[in-house]
Design a protein around this ligand. Structure first.
Ligand code: Q46
Ligand code: ZN
Ligand code: ZN
Length: 304
């Protein structure tokens, strides 16, 4: 297998693009894929301040590395969830911090246990809630809070094509119209002075992100979060993997065909407007008098 550009030995084959590339040309190709997403969806410019949500995994570290190399003003945010199994959270933090130090980039770290006296799994247990749902509310809150408090223009996450296509498949199977209305790779700010949300890795797959990290010598946490076992999204990923094996390019056609036609779902999401209230406790935009984060963590006015 030879690189289509220089005929040197290829290190990756990309059947969905009818392409094989050597290390050097694959690296350049990844930068181009991310640039394509940023430009096509008008995600941000070199003047914007970007907050990259980093988990210590391959996708978010690859994203941060690529944004820094492309000259974007990007800082990282790591949220330590306090997951003890396999030292998962502390190991992810260590790898994220090592990357930030090596890249000489600014990293914000939020430690849930230090801030709230309890880890995400322990809090979920005491509240009789699913760990992932409590985790989602908490991560969203801190991402938004840091972005707002520190004046970032955009929050960028490492979601790749496999993530987006799997979420789309799940939402289509059950016709979740509210989610189908907001599966685009970019959401503009809800109002002036707020921040946008962007997924610049949307043209890259998990395999490509893995190879990129290996070539760049980026150490990342290889284990998945222990709470992701049995997640339905893994089922959809497996189904899409099989489709992709027999029809290379199917995944990309599926997701970007949807993005092109996303207006079909506009107006079907009851909650697509700006939240009408302000949380009585923390003051963030909210659908109820007390936002889901403050009620989850049992916060009262004098505690924030
Ligand atoms: S939600 Fe659930 Fe993830 Fe949180 S507890 Fe782990 S698997 S990290 S994206
Ligand atoms: Zn080459
Ligand atoms: Zn609140």
């Amino acid at each position: 297998m030879k690189c289509r550009i220089c005929r040197a030995k290829a290190i990756i084959s990309l059947p969905q693009h009818n392409l094989a590339l050597c290390a050097e040309h694959f690296d350049a190709w990844m930068l181009k894929r991310v640039t394509k997403a940023i430009e096509e969806f008008g995600m941000f410019s070199k003047e914007d301040k970007i907050l990259v949500a980093v988990s210590g995994g391959k996708d978010s570290l690859a994203l941060w590395d690529i944004l820094l190399r492309l000259g974007y003003d990007s800082s990282g945010l790591y949220i330590n969830l306090g997951i003890k199994e396999g030292d998962y959270s502390d190991e992810s933090e260590r790898l994220t911090t090592a990357f930030a130090n090596r890249a000489n980039a600014k990293l914000y770290v939020v430690n849930i246990e230090q801030l709230h006296g309890m880890s995400i799994p322990d809090k979920a247990y005491t509240k009789k809630r699913k760990t992932c749902s409590l985790c989602g509310v908490t991560k969203r809150y801190y991402m938004n809070k840091i972005a707002r408090d520190m004046g970032f223009d955009v929050i960028a996450t490492g979601h790749n094509l496999d993530d987006q296509a799997a979420a789309l498949l799940g939402n289509m199977l059950f016709w979740k119209m509210d989610y189908l209305a907001k599966g685009a790779p970019y959401s503009p700010p809800m109002k002036a002075g707020e921040f946008a949300k962007a997924k610049p890795m949307v043209y890259c797959t998990e395999k490509e992100d893995t190879v990129y990290c290996l070539l760049r010598g980026i150490a990342y946490i290889e284990r998945e979060c222990p709470y992701s076992k049995g997640a339905t999204s893994l089922r959809w990923k497996r189904a899409l993997f099989e489709m992709e094996e027999s029809s290379p390019g199917a995944k990309q056609a599926f997701y970007f065909g949807y993005v092109k036609n996303i207006d079909l779902f506009a107006g079907k999401d009851e909650k697509e407007d700006v939240p009408p209230l302000t949380c009585r406790v923390c003051g963030t935009p909210s659908w109820n008098e007390v936002c889901s984060f403050c009620s989850t963590w049992d916060l009262h006015v004098d505690e924030i």
